[in-house]
Design a binder for this molecule. Structure first.
Ligand code: SAM
Length: 443
């Protein structure tokens, strides 16, 4: 780094003694805007003056925002500048947990698009699924697959994001432990793994499809060399992104380094130049032919009966394709039922669409994902607005006495944002917050 940065090295070294910034990205489906300093390259990102306890904020659990460092939000520029977002798109986020890029993509894509959000490590796929449910969209499938499994999906995707596992040099300030894991051998290992990931997933991209490759590391082996490999093999062309023109004497938030080398464009973020952590991003357009796989499947996902479908669709703002998985009723956007059925036959799907209710002896028990869904027709349910203390008790899965005298399912809210369900039993309540999501906090 010292050799590459030359006279900038002291500033780079010094910034590592400074605390990193805390930033959040709001969920435009749930929250309009914040009165906070904005992050320049995204419509949804804000800096916080200090790091609060997010655990103690019920609106965090309601999915009104996601905690994410600022440089990563540049994904929005890469997408907006290279993808026609008015078209219905099939998008793959290959290395998606815990869900920063996927939730961001859901805010950018039009509702006619479908996102496949994949994570290879099972435990991390569960966290990903939780964060996706909090975001509230139904046009998404969470999968738990190895990159090579996507070879079955030849030419299926219009856009792919590969936020590859890397040596994490850009995280040394935020997470000093990352330094202990760094070695030259590890960099070489990461670079090899990244190339394998790219080679495995590449066939699943359409001709003229867009691949966005990013890492949170600086070295060329894991960045330029991997992108360069796809370009030199003639598989893709690297795309230039627009950065605002620098004006002499004017301090800019966009002090992003543009790398132009061997027909590739890359964008590197240094913490001594931008208000964010280290990051690298590059965009490619596929030049090779890729015949699209035909979506033929033997099995169909079982649909719910017409009678039940009518009742469930009343809970939703728009009619959905409703399937029954054992006793779980899941809502899929009508236009993707074929795609999702086919994906379920070809990949290890963790969650798809939005789980709306469990069917028990003809009775519908609302699912937690429905409470957090942007598709929920809230007018169908009694709502109970909670105080901060009651909201935190609810999230700890305690049973604060609320809705006394009332009976039936009710939606509990905090500052009008749904947190989940309770079943009111007259003189006591059943807290339906998912046991494995229970918030652990002192006091
Ligand atoms: N995109 C995520 C976000 O914005 O929240 C962060 C992704 S993180 C940089 C890289 C992810 O790749 C991790 O979740 C990790 O488990 C996953 N991963 C690790 N090894 C992998 C492999 N061989 N193939 C694909 N993904 C892998």
């Amino acid at each position: 780094m010292q050799a590459t940065l030359a006279e900038e090295w002291p500033a780079f070294e010094a910034i590592h003694q400074q605390p990193s910034f805390t930033s959040i990205r709001l969920n435009p489906g749930k929250q309009k805007a914040y009165d906070l300093p904005k992050i320049a390259w995204t419509d949804f990102g804000y800096f916080l003056p200090e790091r609060p306890s997010f655990t103690l904020d019920p609106t965090f659990h309601a999915g009104t925002y996601y905690v994410q460092e600022a440089s990563s939000m540049f994904l929005e520029q890469a997408v907006k500048q290279t993808v026609d977002l008015t078209r219905p798109l099939r998008v793959l986020d290959l290395c998606a947990a815990p869900g920063g890029k996927s939730t961001h993509l859901l805010s950018l894509l039009n509702p006619e698009s479908l996102l496949v959000s994949n994570e290879v490590i099972r435990s991390r796929a569960s966290i990903l699924s939780e964060n996706i449910q909090k975001w509230g969209h139904a046009n998404v499938v969470v999968t738990n697959n190895d990159p090579k499994d996507f070879q079955r999906l030849n030419g299926f995707f219009d856009v792919m994001i590969v936020d590859a596992p890397c040596s994490g040099e850009g995280l040394f300030r935020k997470d000093p432990k990352a330094m202990e894991e760094w070695s030259e051998d590890n960099v070489a290992l990461c670079a090899q793994r990244q190339q394998r990931i790219l080679a495995d997933v590449w066939p699943a991209l359409k001709r003229d499809g867009i691949l966005i490759y990013c890492t949170c590391t600086y070295n060329e082996k894991e960045n330029e060399e991997n992108v360069g490999w796809l370009v030199s093999e003639g598989k893709g062309e690297s795309l230039k992104l627009n950065l605002p023109v620098r004006q002499a004497g004017v301090e800019s938030d966009w002090e992003i380094e543009e790398i132009v080398k061997n027909r590739i464009f890359g964008y590197r973020f240094f913490p001594h130049k931008v208000k964010g952590e280290g990051f690298f991003i590059s965009v490619l357009r596929k030049k090779e032919e890729a015949e699209e796989v035909s979506m033929r499947t033997k099995t169909q996902l079982p649909m719910v009966s017409k009678k039940i479908a009518e009742r469930v669709n009343e809970w939703l703002l728009h009619p959905h394709h409703l399937i029954l998985l054992d006793d779980l009723i899941v809502a899929l956007p009508e236009q993707f039922s074929t795609e999702i059925n086919w994906l379920a036959n070809n990949l290890n799907v963790v969650t798809k669409g939005t789980a709306v209710a469990t069917l028990k002896h003809e009775k519908l028990i609302p699912e937690h994902a429905a409470a957090l869904s942007l598709e929920l027709n809230r007018n169908q349910f009694p709502k109970i607005e909670l105080s901060l203390d009651h909201a935190l008790a609810y999230l700890r899965k305690e049973t604060p006495l609320i809705g006394e005298g009332q009976k039936g399912f009710a939606l509990v809210t905090y500052q009008t944002h749904p947190l989940g369900w309770v079943n009111l039993l007259g003189n006591r309540i059943n807290n339906l917050y998912p046991a494995n999501w229970r918030v652990r906090m002192g006091g």
